[in-house]
Design a protein around this ligand. Structure first.
Ligand code: SAM
Length: 287
């Protein structure tokens, strides 16, 4: 009896000590194209994500509330773009000091003099890109990595270029850490350090190109690497005062190429960090 009582007490203790750890040790449900988080209420979304993705309920509530705001002002209208917003853990891409501000409607400092764009702007630009599953997408300006992480829920063919070497390396580390945790969708992101003005010729042509730094013209190499029928979203204008353009490259039956442009904010000025220039290994001025 005494021995049985001891065994019972030890078993109970072990169960209490190890159960929570064992529950968390269950593998995270990987992202799948045919799977969606619950989107009918905050409670169901948070529960679904906690159970399947093991994410922090506090951040999930904030993500849900920002999602409602993004949808309310029509920064995301397409169902896939809305769903992708809910899949993407923005809190993993901001600096630790700013984690509590992850879902604020604001850009945030990510070091090296650059920023992660605000969630509304990212959703709006992503919507304008009209990404279809299987599209080849190039991003110029990896920064925190959030934009490409968002896009990885819309296509599995992504390339991204960042000019600041330590930032490119840090963000690669963030992706690799998250892939190891179970965010297998981020394996679709090919990243490198370099001057994005010249695109990524070895991976071209692209169906879509998104530029997240501001410039006063459309870089000819990027236009050249865009497929006919392809879309580029790019902030164009003088320093700190760009218009976000949706550029569509069209090809006529006789092969002639034309380019149409529209302002995705109907004339509103949106400031971006400058599209910098690399000379050798050194960043010198802007394009
Ligand atoms: C608004 S920030 C980052 C936004 C980013 N997409 C994100 O999700 O955090 C723009 C980024 O463009 C980068 N950048 C500027 N000029 C560049 C260039 N010539 N080639 C590649 N990246 C560049 C900056 O260093 C910065 O990280």
């Amino acid at each position: 009896m005494k021995k049985n009582g001891f065994v019972f007490a030890v078993t109970l203790l072990l169960t209490q000590v190890f159960s929570p750890a064992m529950a968390n040790a269950s593998p995270m449900t990987p992202f799948r194209w045919d799977l969606a988080p619950a989107m009918d209420s905050q409670e169901n979304f948070v529960n679904w994500m906690q159970q399947n993705r093991h994410e922090d309920p506090g951040f999930l509530v904030q993500r849900w509330r920002r999602y409602l705001a993004v949808v309310a002002v029509k920064d995301a209208t397409d169902e896939r773009v809305k769903e992708a917003f809910l899949w993407t853990p923005r809190e993993e891409f901001v600096r630790p000091i700013n984690r509590s501000h992850s879902y604020d409607s604001a850009f945030l400092d990510i070091g090296y003099g650059v920023t992660i764009s605000g969630p509304h702007l990212v959703a709006h630009m992503t919507s304008a890109l009209e990404v279809k599953q299987g599209d080849k997408v190039l991003e110029i300006g990896t920064g925190s990595g959030y934009q490409s992480a968002y896009l990885s829920h819309l296509t599995d063919k992504l390339w991204t270029i960042e000019i600041i070497k330590p930032l490119a390396e840090r963000t690669r580390g963030v992706y690799d850490g998250l892939i190891a945790k179970g965010y297998s969708e981020f394996s679709a992101i090919n990243s490198k350090q370099g001057d994005g003005y010249y695109g990524w010729p070895e991976a071209a042509p692209f169906d879509k190109i998104i530029v997240t730094c501001g410039i006063d013209h459309i870089p000819p190499p990027l236009l050249q690497q865009l497929k006919p029928g392809g879309i580029m979203v790019i902030p164009v204008g003088p320093p700190g005062a760009q218009h976000v353009l949706k550029v569509i490259k069209q090809q006529a039956a006789d092969g002639a190429l034309t380019v149409s442009r529209s302002d995705i904010y109907n004339g509103r000025v949106v400031p971006f960090v400058p599209f910098k220039k690399l000379e050798g290994d050194v960043i010198k001025g802007a394009h």
